[in-house]
Every structure is written in structure tokens, then in C-alpha cells.
Design a protein around this ligand. Structure first.
Ligand code: HEC
Length: 119
């Protein structure tokens, strides 16, 4: 009886682990960090862009970054640089890169009170 309880607990743990792995396909921050070297030339090592014309990726929603990269890859978003950068990325590369950039501390702020012509 006791060994049966242990068996049930083990099966439950194994199931929990396998679900854990499935959702781990949100990408790996560590793998993304390794893959991000070419991106950092423009988006910065802190993910905030080396100049204002390079968008901050740090702390943006991961799904937003993912969507953007898929759109550059598919050509739905056109930008000469980013279409080229996204072209060779696999789905897993995109998951890892976006997990990494989304994990970085954000310097994003809204434009409340700063919109030109606004009040
Ligand atoms: C040579 C400079 C350069 C490099 C290298 C570069 N990017 Fe970009 N990236 C840009 C520019 C410029 C834009 C804005 C393009 C536009 O207006 O659509 C951009 C936009 C993006 C966006 C959309 C951001 C948003 O807020 O909509 C993402 C995501 C992104 N880059 C990810 C990456 C990743 C990941 C890499 C590395 C694989 C990378 N970039 C490499 C210059 C670069």
C-alpha cells in the first residue's frame, strides 16, 4: 500500500516535470544570452539600444518581441537590417533571444505628459 502511494507520487512528479519542460519552451535566458552577441552591437549589452534609433528590447513583453522577430523573418515588417538579422533565426532562437531580452531590467517609460502637441 505504501509503495503504491510512493508510485502515485512519482508518477505525479514525473507529469509535473514533463509539463514543466513543455512550458520551458518559453525559451532559455542562458541560451538567449549566448545567441545575443550580434544583436548587442546595436541593441546594447543592456538591451537598451546604443543610440535612439535602435529600439530598447530590455524588459519588453517577450511575446511582443517574439511577434516582431517573426514578422521581420516573414517580411510582414520591413526593415533592411532586421529582415536580414531575423532571416536565419529558428523558432527556438527566437524564443531564447526574446526570453533573454525580456528578462533584462527595463528602462521603458510611457510618454505621459511628454507627447509633442499633447497636453
Ligand atoms: C545593425 C543593427 C542591428 C542589429 C545587429 C540588430 N538589430 Fe534589431 N533592430 C535594429 C533597428 C534599426 C530596429 C528598428 C527597425 C524598425 O524600425 O522596424 C530593430 C528592431 C528590433 C526589434 C523590434 C523592436 C520593437 O520594439 O518593435 C527586435 C525585437 C529586434 N530588433 C531584435 C533583434 C535581435 C534579436 C537581434 C540579433 C539577432 C537584432 N535585433 C540585431 C537594429 C539592429
Amino acid at each position: 500500500m505504501q509503495s503504491r502511494t510512493i508510485l502515485v507520487a512519482l508518477v505525479a512528479a514525473a507529469l509535473a516535470l514533463s509539463f514543466g519542460t513543455a512550458s520551458a519552451n518559453d525559451g532559455s535566458i542562458a541560451a538567449g544570452k549566448q545567441k545575443a552577441a550580434p544583436c548587442e552591437a546595436c541593441h546594447g549589452t543592456d538591451g537598451n539600444g546604443i543610440a535612439p534609433n535602435y529600439p530598447a528590447l530590455a524588459g519588453q513583453y517577450q511575446d511582443y518581441l517574439e511577434q516582431a522577430l517573426h514578422e521581420y523573418k516573414d517580411g510582414k515588417r520591413t526593415n533592411a537590417i532586421m529582415n536580414g538579422m531575423a532571416a536565419p533565426l529558428s523558432d527556438q532562437d527566437i524564443k531564447d533571444l526574446t526570453a533573454f531580452f525580456a528578462s533584462l531590467p527595463s528602462k521603458l517609460s510611457d510618454l505621459h505628459g511628454k507627447i509633442q502637441g499633447g497636453d
